[in-house]
Design a protein around this ligand. Structure first.
Ligand code: NAD
Length: 261
């Protein structure tokens, strides 16, 4: 006999969410706050407004805004130190900040290639390194969720965007998200013995600024709608909570069934 815990209560925990001024990141920050977490909102843009909104919606929750370019190692380390100084610990990291170039292979230039690879992959690596060593390792616990993409599994999701690469997200985006998936698995094997979990969520098409103006054919998808940011946030809360304590190194596709298998 066993008991199901229904344990998605994160009261008193501290979560860092990158790219959280809008879109999927903002939904994750709100969902984690609703589950009881204090939140650090990291973005290259000013995050004061969303931090204030979260504190007024959830009066017991502290929400700190930090303007950080996640591609810069010193800025990432400073944000992590400041989190520990002001909130005392780090239990959850959601690596969500991302950029997408939709240029095709022929038009792709080194600047756009580098921006996607550095934001999506280097930034994810820098944040994991900074929170694990020494913080999560020394407390013997941590939940890391890296937002990848179905594009990183199937080589770009077809869509219609006039003047773009047949509508797919570009090669740098696919390569960076495939890299995030491989990195997630590598880290899971490295840190499991320290009580640290590392999983990835691969969203399909979700209504945010990133997909504005892009037209996805939804006919071949079992759930015939684009995702809402909250669809991704619900899965993040599961992977951030003790409800997923036998899950690590996995990629959870939250995509309306766009990619099955
Ligand atoms: N929207 C989708 O359909 C979709 C699908 C699959 C995966 N994703 C992934 O989900 C994540 C969130 O995407 P979204 O759709 O909410 O996009 P979004 O553009 O609305 O949000 C991305 C956020 O990341 C921030 N950011 C960008 N570069 C940064 C940097 N260098 N340092 C700090 N912050 C930075 C932006 O300012 C923005 O707030 C991304 O990793 C994206 O690749 C989105």
């Amino acid at each position: 006999m066993w008991e199901i815990s229904h344990n998605q209560n994160l009261k008193g925990q501290v979560a860092i969410v990158t790219g959280a001024t809008r879109g999927i990141g903002a939904a994750c920050a709100r969902a984690l706050a609703r589950s009881g977490c204090h939140i650090v909102i990291i973005d290259i843009l000013s995050a004061e407004e969303i931090a204030k909104a979260i504190e007024s919606e959830f009066p017991d929750i502290r929400a700190l805004a930090m303007q950080v370019d996640i591609r810069k190692k010193e800025e990432v380390q400073k944000a992590v130190s400041e989190t520990v100084q002001r909130l005392g610990r780090i239990d959850i990291l959601v690596n969500n900040a991302g950029t997408v170039s939709r240029l095709g292979l022929e038009e792709m230039n080194v600047e756009d290639w580098q921006r996607d690879i550095d934001t999506n992959l280097l930034g994810t690596f820098l944040f994991m390194q900074a929170v694990i060593y020494p913080h999560m390792k020394s407390q013997g616990y941590g939940k890391i969720i890296n937002i990848s993409s179905i594009s990183g599994i199937i080589g770009g999701v077809m869509s219609a965007l006039p003047g773009s690469n047949g509508g797919r997200s570009g090669p740098a985006y696919s390569a960076s998200k495939g890299g995030v998936i491989a990195l997630t698995k590598w880290i899971a094997k490295e840190v499991g013995e320290h009580g640290i979990y590392c999983n990835s969520i691969a969203p399909g098409s979700v209504v945010t600024a990133l997909t504005k103006g892009v037209n996805y054919p939804l006919d071949g998808q079992p759930i015939k709608r684009m995702g809402d940011p909250e669809d991704i946030a619900e899965a993040v809360v599961f992977l951030a909570s003790p409800a997923s304590n036998y899950v690590t190194g996995q990629v959870l596709k939250v995509c309306g069934g766009l990619a099955i298998g």
